[in-house]
Design a protein around this ligand. Structure first.
Ligand SMILES: [Mg+2]
Length: 426
């Protein structure tokens, strides 16, 4: 029987690395990325970690002197850049196998089953070098006979620089030793509660867990826990999840940079969220027939509170932005109450299906068979060429004073033509 073999490819310090790709001056600098509205540090480069800064530190709390001394660079989250770089990494990975599960923005499982004639470590190094060459991003690769062991191998590869970021744990002579080094908290699929329970029962590392009796594991951690333990023993129980189910809903929402009190600002923000969500729907070749708008004040502030939402249905599934804008505007007029300081608004699109499965209608032209699809495709094309947001709806406003705070935002190096770095050769 052919063995399963998996590789977990994970970008190192993904957000910080993305910033470094387009700004060579950052190469050895400590780099930190802030959360929405420039709140806390959510991602750090290894140089910043070494200075003792941790995830979750509020940006403003970092010592000014430390910043000056080590030339620390702090940036707002540049989601357009990270999303685009993520796509590039995933595209690159599909060169190496068709069987790929995109696990998160910076992680993917690859199945290498059927490639047994290769030396997996060599293949891993080739993947690492290609991603580096094509995207400028460093990755770590863990290889193993199960997804859980590939995760273990990946962690080991990251923590030990002599391995140069590629490690195959399959048949490795020190496999048990490595499993002993993995604490229960760091095993894929073990949450905080399970970790506590395991430690209470004297199980502190992955090796000990792999030796626990099946019955005990199933009793304490259900059948899912047993699958995980079998995976630690090298028996593959968790397959790649490649069939991407259509999303159940698409949400676009964000806190305002400063509280919003005016209906007009609220209307613009809602329209902008609506535009973004419907664009996403089209990117995934889907249509939807339900839209929900919600808004809320800041419940942590000692001021009058109000939160509400409402839903509307479209007559037919659509991906035509104006259909949704019209519905959203109608909902908002009913929801909005003057006299409050709003913190957030958002739009959720639901009842989603693939465009190919949309029902036909005898009396009304559907999204696919009239001019609406052509107009949308045209608009998406222009925005792709000219930079996203170049062509948009007046309803989303021009100045957008409600936008979230992103004072330290880097350019959209890869998503906007006007931000492309210029190289001068002398
Ligand atoms: Mg990562």
């Amino acid at each position: 029987m052919a063995h399963d073999i998996f590789a977990l490819v994970d970008c190192n310090s993904f957000y910080a690395s993305c910033e470094k790709v387009f700004n060579p001056q950052l190469a050895d600098k400590p780099v930190g990325i802030l959360s929405n509205n420039d709140g806390i540090i959510v991602a750090l480069s290894p140089e910043l970690k070494r200075l003792g800064i941790t995830r979750g530190t509020p940006g403003f709390k970092i010592d000014k002197q430390l910043i000056r001394k080590h030339d620390i660079k702090i940036f707002s989250s540049n989601y357009a850049l990270y999303g685009d770089m993520s796509n590039r990494v995933m595209q690159t990975l599909t060169q190496f196998t068709p069987d790929i599960e995109i696990y998160s923005i910076d992680e993917a499982f690859l199945s290498l089953s059927g490639f047994e004639y290769l030396n997996f470590s060599d293949y891993g190094r080739k993947i690492r070098d290609t991603v580096w060459k094509w995207t400028g991003l460093p990755v770590s690769i863990g290889i193993g006979p199960t997804k859980t062991l590939a995760k273990v191998a990946n962690r080991f590869a990251k923590k030990h620089s002599f391995i140069e970021n590629v490690f195959d744990i399959t048949d490795h002579p020190n496999k048990d030793k490595i499993l002993r080094w993995i604490e229960v908290e760091h095993i894929w699929g073990v949450g905080r509660q399970y970790a506590k329970m395991l430690r209470r029962n004297g199980i502190e590392n992955a090796f000990q867990l792999s030796q626990a009796p099946d019955k005990w594991v199933q009793n304490k951690m259900t059948i899912m826990g047993l699958r995980m333990v079998k995976e630690l023993r090298g028996i593959s129980c968790i397959d790649l999840e490649m069939d991407i189910e259509p999303k159940k809903e698409i949400v676009s929402s964000r806190s305002f940079g400063t509280p919003v009190t005016e209906f007009r600002d609220m209307q613009e923000a809602t329209a902008a969220h609506c535009t973004r969500a419907v664009k996403k729907l089209r990117t995934e070749k889907q249509v939807a027939s339900q839209i929900t708008v919600f808004l809320t004040t800041n419940r942590f502030k000692n001021e009058p509170q109000y939160a509400n939402y409402a839903t509307a249905r479209l007559p037919l599934p659509s991906a035509y932005t104006p259909d949704f804008l019209k519905a959203a505007s109608k909902i908002l007029k009913n929801l909005f109450r003057p006299g409050y300081k709003y913190k957030k608004t958002g739009v959720m699109i639901s009842d989603i299906m693939n465009q190919s499965k949309a029902p036909l209608d005898l009396f009304e032209p559907t999204y696919l068979d009239d001019h609406r699809k052509t107009i949308m495709d045209c608009m998406d094309d222009i925005n792709e060429k000219m930079g996203s947001g170049k062509l948009t709806y007046a309803a989303t406003g021009i100045k957008q004073p409600w936008q979230m705070k992103r004072e330290k935002l880097t350019p959209g190096y890869t998503t906007s033509w006007s931000h492309i770095p210029v190289v001068k050769a002398c």
